[in-house]
Ligand binder design. Structure first.
Ligand code: GDP
Length: 322
């Protein structure tokens, strides 16, 4: 960001008018790791119109399961119907190493050329928690820009799924058919978060896909009844991102579940809880940033704690109160 950048209010107006360049710049601003960019980023977020109408879909799966092929196929169908689709990526590998499992190759090439679509790769570097924080903000920016559907994609390698489930309305897991009798090491927490499991690549071996579907359906049944779900959810569907088989049904299930949750008030409740957790996470992150950023506060209190003159809890209380 240079000194030539528009002020936050102008940027917010640009975003709200659907200007894609303004949206891209706004996301760059909120993703910036520079502390001196934060006040402008926060002013920008505060100036956004209060729109919460988008369907926020979290989508996760192991590398190679077919996430980008699937998003491209579903995205092309949606833009074909005049639906505006934004895709954001959370990539835990880029948070750890600066490299990316989601890849540097151009993903979703066809969709990225569509005027109704907006695709944003994962922010590089930083902590996973930091990437997730900024992705929440990017979701808010996409909603303000008028996107009807915001897809948050993540590679399924552990904790990132729960982060994504906590910033979306519906969480879908993409898997390839498994060969054996294991459940591909899908963690219990991830299974619990899943509203839909999409067994992809059914075109390759329909029988294997059906067996996998049955195994996961059985695992889901063992796990819970969930009062916030209508009849038939969570569900496991077989699809082929390559041929398009099963995709209309998969999207229909997502849209039906979303509409049901919206109409029954569950969606409003979930989003309210998500906003509260977002506030708490921000509070912790900002308190930590202040502790590390304020040399005087840090050194004085640290010295007292090190010398054993001040108890750590008391020091923390003073740091927060100062
Ligand atoms: P991602 O890493 O989860 O985003 O996976 P990709 O979308 O990049 O797909 C990985 C590989 O699987 C690519 O070579 C795709 O062409 C292939 N693939 C994706 N979906 C399907 C499918 O439905 N059927 C078949 N046969 N191949 C698929």
């Amino acid at each position: 960001m240079s000194g030539m950048d528009p002020d936050p209010l102008t940027l917010a107006r640009g975003v709200a008018s659907g200007d894609r360049r303004a949206l891209a710049r706004a996301i760059t601003l909120v993703e910036s790791a520079r502390e001196d960019h934060r006040p402008r980023a926060e002013a920008l977020l505060a100036a956004l119109p209060a729109t919460e109408g988008a369907l926020r879909l979290g989508l996760s799966g192991t590398p190679g399961a077919g996430k980008s092929t699937l998003i491209e196929a579903i995205g092309m169908r949606l833009v074909g119907e005049g639906t505006r689709v934004a895709v954001l990526a959370v990539d835990p590998s880029s948070a750890r190493s600066g490299g990316s499992i989601l890849g540097d190759r151009t993903r979703m090439e066809q969709l990225s050329r569509e005027p109704l679509a907006f695709i944003r790769p994962s922010p590089a570097g930083g902590q996973l928690g930091g990437v997730a924080r900024r992705t929440r903000e990017a979701v808010a920016l996409c909603e303000a820009a008028g996107f009807d559907v915001v897809i948050v994609e993540t590679v399924g390698v552990g904790q990132s799924e729960t982060l994504v489930a906590d910033m979306t309305d519906i969480f879908a897991l993409v898997l390839a058919p498994h060969g054996g009798d294991d459940l591909q090491g899908v963690k219990r927490g991830v299974m619990e978060a899943a509203d839909l499991i999409l067994v992809n690549k059914a075109d390759r071996d329909a029988a294997a896909a059906t067996v996998t579907q049955g195994d996961y359906a059985a695992a889901l049944r063992l796990m819970r009844p969930r009062p916030q779900d209508p009849e038939g959810f969570p569900c496991v569907l077989t699809v082929s991102a390559l041929t398009g088989a099963g995709l209309p049904e998969a999207w229909d299930a997502i849209a039906r579940l979303w509409a049901w949750r919206r109409d029954t008030g569950h969606l409003a409740r979930v989003r309210r809880d998500q906003r509260l957790r977002w506030f708490e996470e921000e509070f912790l992150a900002q308190a930590l940033a202040r502790l590390h950023g304020d040399a005087r506060l840090t050194s004085e209190l640290r010295a007292e704690v090190e010398a054993g003159r001040l108890s750590p809890p008391e020091a923390a209380r003073r740091a927060l109160a100062s």
